[in-house]
Design a binder for this molecule. Structure first.
Ligand SMILES: Cc1cc2nc3c(=O)[nH]c(=O)nc-3n(C[C@H](O)[C@H](O)[C@H](O)COP(=O)(O)OP(=O)(O)OC[C@H]3O[C@@H](n4cnc5c(N)ncnc54)[C@H](O)[C@@H]3O)c2cc1C
Ligand code: FES
Length: 275
């Protein structure tokens, strides 16, 4: 399936700005908003390379999917997993940042086929952005979390169905399927359901399960991969992923992060095991 080239998306710019808001949105996730002094147009699935400036700056910027932009404001969702995200969490309103954006190949705009959105963990922001920009009532949007506390309920509008590994800490009147997000989708789209195009973002096991579902049904499937990155624009080759058929490597930052699932060699991504 055709994925828009990065070149057809808005050009990347290096921007300087400040943090204007930091809010916890679940037990594990924070929403941070920056004022970058100019508008950053983006397409859902694109990301930015973010660094803190001054005392908190890191040698390498870190990649984050763009959740939303409004005027000169750009918002992300993040989880603290290591040094960079811990520093981001510590940074107060007013802290200076640098941001290279927008980067990478986005998810394509919709066609008449309904979409099945499958988001796990920090795979949620690009699919929230897709749904906000292009979502239609016939699309099915599924977000999975570890438990009820892990999901950012206030950001999940009525279009979103949810799944949890452990059915604890669920808010009143917000039911969630007990199981993973692909099992949730299978329960809502039994065999014989109309063909959907799958858009998935999350850890490799989720992407593999999404690929397996799409392969069984004969549906197209696009995934966004979250590799470690150095530069974010195709120079360092720190983010390569193996192409299918032994056809060399693609860069996640420039050739992706969105790929047709058939274009990658899943036996060699994220710990092995076929798609
Ligand atoms: C295109 C893209 C979009 C992303 N979007 C988001 C987002 O919207 N929100 C968000 O919270 N995170 C997102 N990530 C992941 C994010 O970049 C990493 O969590 C972040 O770089 C970790 O930095 P750190 O310094 O805190 O962790 P480090 O100290 O660098 O690493 C801590 C631990 O996290 C692991 N880790 C680091 N980077 C990644 C990664 N990319 N994927 C899997 N494991 C990793 C390391 O192996 C290590 O175990 C995205 C990654 C990519 C490539
Ligand atoms: S991060 Fe440098 S080539 Fe992809």
């Amino acid at each position: 399936m055709n994925i828009p080239a990065a070149a057809s998306a808005p050009p990347a710019r290096r921007l300087h700005g400040t943090i204007v808001a930091q809010t916890p949105v679940s037990s594990s996730m924070h929403r941070v908003e920056f004022d970058l002094r100019e508008h950053v147009p983006f397409l859902p699935g694109q990301f930015c390379m973010l660094n803190l400036a001054g005392d908190l700056s890191l040698i390498f910027a870190r990649p984050f999917s763009i959740l939303a932009t409004t005027g000169s404001r750009l918002a992300l969702l993040y989880k603290v997993v290591g040094r960079g995200t811990a520093r981001l969490r510590e940074a107060a309103v007013g802290a200076p940042v640098t941001c290279l954006a927008p980067l990478g190949r986005p998810f394509p705009a919709p066609d008449p086929r309904p979409r099945l959105l499958l988001a796990g963990g920090v795979g949620l922001p690009p699919l929230l952005a897709w749904e906000a920009r292009w979502g239609r009532p016939r699309d099915l949007c599924c977000a999975g979390g570890r438990d009820g506390g892990d999901l950012p309920w206030d950001l999940l509008g009525p279009a979103w169905r949810t799944s949890v590994d452990r059915a604890v800490a669920l808010p009143a009147e917000r039911p969630a399927f007990a199981g993973n997000v692909v099992e949730l989708a299978r329960s809502l789209l039994p065999t014989g359901a109309p063909p959907h195009v799958v858009l998935a973002c999350g850890p490799p096991p989720l992407l593999r399960a999404a690929a397996a579902l799409a392969a069984e049904r004969g549906w197209d499937c696009l995934v966004s991969v979250e590799e470690r990155m150095g530069c974010g624009y195709g120079v360092c080759r720190g983010c390569v992923v193996p192409r299918a058929g032994g056809d060399g490597y693609a860069t996640a930052c420039k050739d992706g992060p969105v790929f047709d699932v058939l274009d990658l060699d899943w036996a060699r991504i994220g710990g092995g095991g076929g798609a």
